[in-house]
Design a protein around this ligand. Sequence first.
Ligand code: SAM
Length: 280
Amino acid sequence: MDWFYETLHPELRAGIRVDEAIYNGETAFQSVRVFRNERLGRVLVLDGVVQTTEADEFFYHEMLTHPAMLAHGNVRNVLIIGGGDGGCMEEVLKHDVDKVILAELDPEVIELSKQYLPSICGGAFDDPRAEVMIGDGARFVAETDQRFDLIIVDSTDPIGPGEVLFQAPFYRGCHRALADGGVVITQNGVTFVQPEEVTGTHRAFRDIFDHHGFYMACVPMYAGGSMAFGWGGKGRDLPATGLATIERAYAARDLKTRYYNPDVHAAAFALPNYVRDLMT
Ligand code: SAM
C-alpha cells in the first residue's frame, strides 16, 4: 500500500493513502503530483504540500471568495493571484462580475488541473469573463494599470515561489492595484501550526491598509486546525457590513454553496484569543 506524507511541517507528518497514482512530474517551478484517495477523490500536491482535494475544496474556495464578494456588494473586477487549479475562479464566476484575471506563475498547474481536476475548476477557464496571465503575481500588482475591486491571493505556502506573496512589497502592490473601496483577501495558513503567518501579515497590513483583520474557517486537509484568511481594505472595513445586508445579498444572488452561508460569514470573523494575541 502506497502512502503520501506531507512535508510542510518538519515536526508533524500527515498522511493520505494513495489508491491510484495519476500524475507525477516536475515543472520549471515545482513538483506536481495528482493521485486519488477513496475518501478525498483526486488530490493535488505541489512541492510535497496538499493544495486541494476534490472532496474538501469547497470549504477553502468558498471561504476565500464569498465573504468579500458579499460584504463589498458591488465587485466588478477581480484579480486572483495564484489559484492555478481554477477552484477560486469558479466561485468568483458564480457572481455577476465583469472580469476575472488569474495571475498564475506556473502554466503547467493550470493545464494539469484542467486535465486531471475538471471537477474543481468546472468551466471556469472557458468563461468569457475569465482571463489568464502567466507570470509572478507580485510583479503583476506592481506594474498593472488596471484597478480591481477584489484581489484574492490563492497562493502556495510561504516557501518556494509563493514566499514573495507573504511579504510587504507584494501587499503594497495589492494596495496600489485596488480601486477605492477595494479589498484584498489572503490565505494565511493554519494558525495553530503556522502562527507566524498571521503576525507577519498583520504587521504589514497595519502599515498599508486603512482597515484589516482576519477571519477563520476549518479546511479538513490543511492539517492542524482552522486556517486564517487575511483581509485588507482600501477605505473599506469588511466586517462592518452587517448580517442583514449579507443575508439580503446572499438571497438575491441565489448562490449555490455547500459551506458558506450568512451565519457562517458572521461567525467566521470571531477570533479565538490565541489568534488575537498573534496580532501584535
Ligand atoms: N489552495 C491552495 C493552498 O492553499 O494550498 C493554493 C492553490 S493554488 C494551486 C496555488 C498556486 O500559487 C500554485 O499553482 C502556484 O504555482 C501559484 N504561485 C506560487 N507562487 C506564485 C507567484 N509568485 N505568483 C503567482 N502564482 C504563484
